[in-house]
Design a protein around this ligand. Structure first.
Ligand code: AMP
Length: 763
């Protein structure tokens, strides 16, 4: 008895030891565990579906958590928002009633600010931090109300924040201890420089300042030098593992279409003097493709883990001697072999880990050679594709649909070429016509080989097992993959579109998504009516017509909302694909006007700019002048009018009796107002709107910290259910226009109205 107790104790202490070891390992792993976050923040990260930190998060978070000022070169799609939000929430912890605003996030656009608010709410869901959104487009009064509730965090566009600062005497930014300039290059590019300098001047000396930017133009570097204290520069490694000369092509298709797609690539896309490495997931696939290729008259080399040493040597040496042009391998086999530099890599099965992808394609396009990586992506692989792009810090977008191409073929392809040249990934479908044609041939080959017929089943089973054992993608990536817009044909099949198949493709794509407005009852009934038949069908038509007359508006409203949602989703995913569309359009317009000679044209963006924005990030780099200079990248307009625009212009403000510096895009109207971001006029002088609001609402904004017991006031609001933007203990979300009365009647109202109709007015 005593013996078994001792044994039990030993077992449990062993289990405990194992658990501790596991925890230690995790803490060392560079995952979120190693950051020492408080449970509330860690739980929210897991809830959000982040499994491992992205490179930019891994590099910046420890620095920010340690209290450093940081300049991080990161673009949208790299996970940068969480990189500054997680340390912010960790630092603020909970709502402190008397401290005033403690964190300020400046975003260049309303959309980005909204997105940041959403992430802040999600990552701060287990805290009671209060967040206020100050962006153009919402009424000033509703924002006064939010400010009166003593927020801990303000997320703002600079124009609107300045407007508030000029209106509200009691508003101060002195209490702010954590400032983020998000997409700082856009902030500057959009002409907010003046406002940013003013905001900087209003902040306390003891703050922590972070600047996230895709590029570092010299004006921004100057700003960073002036506004940040000994900042640490985090930028992406220059010696990235993916060669800048490697083209990345991602094709979406179904699992059963891969054979046809592979044969097409091998026959049509890859030149006969190029060497290609083909990665598959199991040795059965290696065997299958080996036979299939031979049947097609192509002799490949093959290699898999359990292969006999001599056979392996012979296969590899034949490939090295260029006697074979294809080498079919599994990841396990590829690890131990010395493969020469080659031209192409084909990922038959999408690698489940970004590092495996990098490892696979690492042998292509080296030593000044060009190369291409072709990857097949099934619906299940989409989340892995997003994970990969987070890891590479590369934006990704869907190829334009056939409808978009039909509208403006040249324009659309011009934009796509630009996006690819800028380092964006464009994924697209494999043409169905090609798949159908080659599939017939594949079927023929398989049917004529007993070996292949047997292997088909083995491969299917092996793949099922492989799918079960591969690591999962981040939950957030799974969620995002479901919201991706429909993709068109991959741009490398441009000629298929140009060949007159466009109309047919557009039609067939439309057919797939077509939803008839009429119901089946109406359609059948109309048909019966047109044939002058009486009966239930034609009666149904009348019923449906009556119903439609009553509910038409609601139906249209719902449909409109759905399409709006889709548009929102499309916008969201568009956001993955780099910063602002406007910027690119501006770029493309500029290019249209210029007559640049490709040979002598020197781009303002280095060719390897995006690979530079690649894998890991060198942490703890000094922001010394040398480093800074090497990071500075000035985007200079390539036409005279652009250069002209870039010059700062000064305007004499008669009332203020001083010069006002106007930045890019700003101009002064006849009434002396400065036009900003969205063309909105920023009023230089107070309008009294705050005074009016104060008298009307009997409230007061006090953001100076500790001046007043704001919590009492908050308590009132809570009891009235009026704290729409703040999260108390219960989960509360920001609801735009929540103050507007709902047009939807509640049950009681509907009941009363029905009663009225049936019985006449209630007494
Ligand atoms: P951002 O670059 O901040 O716009 O983020 C791009 C997308 O990546 C957003 O949808 C984030 O929710 C998502 N994301 C950020 N960090 C991670 C992570 N560690 N794992 C998975 N997804 C992430």
């Amino acid at each position: 008895m005593a013996g078994s107790k001792v044994r039990n104790l030993q077992v449990s202490s062993k289990a405990e030891q194992k658990r501790l070891e596991k925890q230690k390992k995790k803490a060392k792993s560079g995952g979120f565990e190693s950051l020492g976050l408080s449970p509330n923040v860690f739980r929210a990260i897991k809830r959000k579906g982040y499994r491992v930190p992205t490179p930019i998060q891994r590099k910046t978070m420890p620095l920010i958590l340690a209290g450093n000022d940081v300049v991080a070169m990161a673009r949208t799609g790299s996970g940068k928002t969480a990189a500054f939000l997680v340390p912010m929430i960790e630092r603020l912890k909970q709502h402190v009633p008397q401290s005033g605003v403690r964190a300020l996030i400046l975003s260049p656009t309303r959309d980005l600010a909204l997105q940041t608010l959403k992430f802040t709410n999600e990552l701060g869901r287990f805290t009671d931090l209060r967040i206020s959104l100050l962006v153009g487009g919402d009424s000033m009064e509703s924002q006064f109300e939010e400010l009166a509730q003593n927020p801990d965090v303000i997320i703002a566009t600079p124009g609107r924040l300045m407007h508030h600062l000029s209106e509200v005497d009691d508003m101060s930014l002195r209490t702010v201890e954590y400032v983020v300039f998000d997409e700082a290059d856009c902030l500057f590019g959009m002409g907010f420089a003046e406002q940013l300098h003013k905001i900087l001047a209003q902040l306390s000396e003891n703050r922590q300042t972070l600047l996230f930017s895709a590029t570092l133009p010299s004006a921004l570097a100057e700003f960073a030098k002036a506004g940040l204290r000994d900042p640490q520069l985090v930028r992406l490694d220059l010696d990235t593992k993916i060669s800048p000369d490697l083209k990345l092509n991602f094709f979406t298709l179904r699992q059963e279409e891969k054979l046809a797609a592979l044969l097409y690539l091998v026959r049509e896309q890859i030149s006969s003097d190029e060497q290609t490495l083909i990665f598959v997931s199991t040795k059965h696939h290696v065997e299958f493709l080996n036979i299939l290729f031979r049947e097609e008259g192509i002799e490949p080399s093959v290699c898999y883990g359990e292969m006999d040493q001599d056979a392996r040597k012979i296969n590899i040496s034949r490939f090295r001697a260029r006697k074979t042009m294809f080498l079919i391998v599994t990841d396990v086999a590829a690890r131990g072999i010395d493969i020469p530099l080659l031209d192409n890599v084909i990922n038959w099965d999408f690698p489940p880990k970004p590092k495996i992808f990098v490892h696979r394609v690492g042998r292509a396009a080296r030593a000044g050679r060009k190369g291409t990586a072709f990857s097949f992506v099934t619906t299940e692989d989409m989340a892995y594709l997003l994970d990969l792009h987070l890891f590479l810090s590369k934006p990704i977008r869907a190829a334009p649909t056939e409808e978009e191409v039909l509208e403006d073929m040249d324009g659309v392809f011009f934009k796509i070429d630009q996006a690819i040249a800028n380092g964006e990934t464009v994924y697209g479908r494999f043409p169905q016509t090609v798949i159908d044609l080659v599939s017939d041939r594949v079927r023929e080959i398989i049917d004529s080989s007993a070996e292949l017929i047997l292997l088909v089943k083995t491969c299917t089973n092996a793949f099922r097992l492989y799918s079960k054992t591969k690591p999962l993608p981040a939950k957030e990536s799974i969620r995002r993959s479901k919201e991706l817009p429909r993709e068109g044909l991959h741009p490398i099949f441009k000629n298929v579109l140009a060949g007159g198949e466009l109309m047919a493709l557009a039609f067939s794509e439309r057919l797939k998504t077509f939803r008839p407005k009429q119901t089946i009852l109406e359609a059948e009934g109309e048909a019966a009516k047109s044939k002058h038949l009486q009966g239930p069908s034609s009666e149904w038509v009348d019923v449906m017509k009556k119903k439609r007359a009553i509910h038409e508006q609601i139906i249209n409203l719902v449909q409109q909302q759905r399409s709006n949602n889709n548009v929102e989703k499309a916008i969201k995913t568009e956001r993955i694909s780099t910063k602002s569309k406007d910027k690119k359009e501006a770029g493309s317009k500029r290019k249209e006007r210029s007559f640049k000679d490709e040979e002598y044209f020197i781009s303002s963006i280095p060719k390897n700019h995006h690979t530079e924005a690649g894998l890991s990030v060198r942490a703890n780099q000094d922001f010394g002048s040398n480093r800074l200079e090497s990071a500075v990248l000035d985007l200079v307009a390539d036409d005279t009018s652009g250069m002209q625009r870039q010059k700062s212009v000064y305007h004499w403000d008669k009332r203020g009796k001083k010069y006002i510096k106007l930045n890019n895009g700003e101009r002064v109207t006849a009434s002396g107002k400065v036009k900003t971001e969205s063309g909105a006029k920023a009023k230089a002088n107070k309008t009294g709107i705050y005074k009016k609001w104060k008298e009307h609402s009997h409230s007061k904004i006090s953001l100076r910290g500790g001046e007043e017991n704001a919590d009492e006031r908050m308590g009132d609001h809570r009891s009235q259910g009026n704290n729409r933007n703040f999260k108390g203990k219960r989960k509360q979300r920001y609801v735009p226009n929540a103050h507007v009365r709902s047009e939807i009647k509640d049950i009681e109202q509907v009941r009363k109205e029905r009663h009225k109709k049936v019985l006449g007015p209630l007494q």
